[in-house]
Design a protein around this ligand. Structure first.
Ligand SMILES: Nc1ncnc2c1ncn2[C@@H]1O[C@H](COP(=O)(O)OP(=O)(O)OP(=O)(O)O)[C@@H](O)[C@H]1O
Ligand SMILES: [Mg+2]
Length: 413
C-alpha cells in the first residue's frame, strides 16, 4: 500500500473526513469518505466542543468504515476571522568558504522570516516562501545549489488564534484523531481547484461556504494575500427567510432550487408555490423577488472581495480573474453576476480528476476537503523523500526532525 493520508474539513455546514491513497501512477485515489452535517460550529469556528467532537467522531467513523483503515491522525483545515497573514522578510549570511547554498540556509532564512512580532495569542501555521533574493538579485525560485553571500526570503506568514487551534485539537483528539498539521482552508482549496497557469498569472480564489467566505490571491505561483470573512450561504438563506417571511428550511430549498444571483438574469419570472416546502399554507413568491433579495447579499460579498483584492495591492494584476468554489458558488447566475461586477474572467470550480469513491466529491463544496488530502499527500511525499534521500538515514535524527518541523509549515511544491 502506498502513502495514505486523512483530511478533516470541519465546515460550518458539513464535516468531511476523506481518506486518500497515492496509486502506482502517482494519482490520488479516494478510499474513504465520511460526511455528516456540522454541529457546534459557527462562522467557521468551533463554539460547542461536545457537539463538534461528536460530529467529527461520526465523520471519522464513516470514513473508517468505508476505507477499512483505522484513522489515527489527519490534516485539519482551519478558517475563520481569527486567522491573520502578513508578508515578512528573512535574511541570512552564507559564511561557509564555498558560499554554496544548502537546504539548511533556506531553513534559517524562513526561520528569520517567521520571527516577526506575533502577539502571544497567535500561533504560526504556515510560512509560505514566495521568492528569494541572492545578493540583492530577485527572481530566484529555488536557491539551493547556487552560490552567494546573502540569502533573503520573502514569505507569507499565516497565524491563527492559539485558543482556536487548541479547541480544534481538543475536538479531534476527543474523536480519537491527532492533528497531523493545520492547513489554512484557502490554501487547501487552491490545491484542489486552481490550475498552475492561473496561479502563475494572478488569480483570486473565493471559497463561499455556509458561514465563511475565504479569499486568497495567488500570483507568480505563490499566495500573496489571504483572509477569511464571517459571511456565507447561511446569510443568503437568512435574508430570504426574513424577506419572504418563511422558515429557514423553506428559504434554503428556495435558494437552491429557484435562487438566482442577479435580478437582471431572471428570464423566467414565473411564480413559485412555496406550500410545496414544509407545512406552509399556499403562497406564491416571484422568482424576481427571490433574486432581488439574494442580489443584495451577493453584491455585499462581491464588495468585500473587491476590497480585499485592493488591499492585497494586486487588483490590477490578476488576469486569470476569479475562481469560485464552496457550496454557495453553486448559486445559479453567480458566475455571470461576478463577470459583470468584476469585469474579469470568472469560473466556478469543483475538484477534478478524482478516482475511487468520488460520487459526491466532484462538487465545489468539496474543494477544501479534497484539497486537504492533496496537501497532505504532497507533504508526506516530501517527507518520504527526505527519509529516503542519500545520507538521509544516517543524518542526525535531530537534523531530520528539525527539517521535518519546518517542512510541516511550508506550502507543498
Ligand atoms: N445549489 C446551491 N445554490 C446555492 N447555495 C447552495 C447550493 N448548494 C449548497 N449551497 C450552500 O452552500 C453552503 C454550504 O457550503 P460548504 O459545504 O462549502 O460550507 P462549509 O464548508 O460547511 O462552511 P464554511 O467553509 O463556511 O465553514 C450552504 O449555505 C448551502 O446553502
Ligand atoms: Mg468550507
Amino acid at each position: 500500500m502506498g502513502i495514505v493520508v486523512t483530511g478533516l474539513d470541519i465546515g460550518t455546514t458539513k464535516i468531511a473526513c476523506l481518506v486518500g491513497e497515492l496509486d502506482d501512477q502517482h494519482r490520488m485515489r479516494i478510499i474513504g469518505v465520511g460526511i455528516v452535517p456540522s454541529k457546534g460550529i459557527k462562522k467557521g469556528v468551533i463554539v460547542n466542543v461536545d457537539e463538534a467532537t461528536e460530529a467529527i467522531q461520526r465523520a471519522v467513523e464513516k470514513a473508517e468504515r468505508t476505507s477499512g483503515q483505522q484513522i489515527r491522525e489527519a490534516y485539519v483545515g482551519v478558517a475563520g476571522s481569527h486567522i491573520s497573514a502578513v508578508n515578512s522578510r528573512g535574511t541570512v549570511a552564507i559564511n561557509r568558504p564555498s558560499h554554496h547554498i544548502e537546504p539548511d540556509d533556506v531553513r534559517r532564512a524562513l526561520e528569520a522570516a517567521r520571527t516577526i512580532a506575533i502577539p502571544h495569542s497567535q500561533e504560526v501555521i504556515h510560512v509560505v516562501p514566495r521568492g528569494y533574493w541572492l545578493d540583492g538579485s530577485n527572481g530566484v525560485r529555488n536557491p539551493v545549489g547556487l552560490h552567494g553571500y546573502r540569502l533573503e526570503v520573502e514569505a507569507h506568514v499565516v497565524t491563527a488564534a492559539a485558543t482556536a487551534l487548541q479547541t480544534y485539537e481538543k475536538c479531534c483528539e476527543g474523536a480519537g484523531v491527532a492533528v497531523r498539521a493545520f492547513v489554512l482552508e484557502p490554501l487547501a482549496s487552491g490545491e484542489a481547484v486552481l490550475h498552475e497557469d492561473e496561479k502563475e498569472l494572478g488569480v483570486v480564489l473565493v471559497d463561499i461556504g455556509g458561514g465563511t467566505t475565504d479569499i486568497s490571491v495567488f500570483l507568480e505561483s505563490s499566495v500573496w494575500h489571504t483572509v477569511s470573512l464571517p459571511v456565507g450561504g447561511h446569510h443568503l438563506t437568512h435574508d430570504l427567510a426574513v424577506g419572504l417571511q418563511c422558515p429557514l428550511g423553506v428559504a434554503e430549498e428556495i435558494k437552491k432550487r429557484f435562487g438566482y444571483a442577479a435580478v437582471r438574469g431572471v428570464v423566467d419570472d414565473s411564480f413559485i408555490d412555496i406550500s410545496h416546502f414544509g407545512d406552509e399554507p399556499f403562497r406564491d413568491v416571484s422568482r424576481r423577488d427571490v433574486a432581488e433579495i439574494l442580489e443584495h447579499r451577493v453584491l455585499d460579498i462581491f464588495d468585500l472581495i473587491l476590497r480585499e483584492m485592493k488591499r492585497s495591492g494586486y487588483d490590477g494584476l490578476l488576469p486569470a480573474g476569479l475562481v469560485f468554489c464552496g457550496g454557495s458558488s453553486q448559486l445559479a447566475g453567480l458566475k455571470e453576476a461576478g463577470r459583470d461586477f468584476f469585469s474579469l474572467p470568472v469560473r466556478v470550480a469543483a475538484p477534478q480528476g478524482l478516482s475511487g469513491l468520488v460520487d459526491v466529491l466532484g462538487n465545489p463544496a468539496y474543494a477544501t476537503s479534497v484539497g486537504l488530502l492533496e496537501w497532505g499527500l504532497h507533504q508526506d511525499q516530501i517527507q518520504g523523500r527526505m527519509k529516503r534521500a542519500p545520507g538521509g538515514e544516517s543524518a542526525s535524527s535531530q537534523w531530520v526532525s528539525r527539517i521535518r518541523e519546518w517542512l510541516a509549515t511550508l506550502l507543498p511544491g
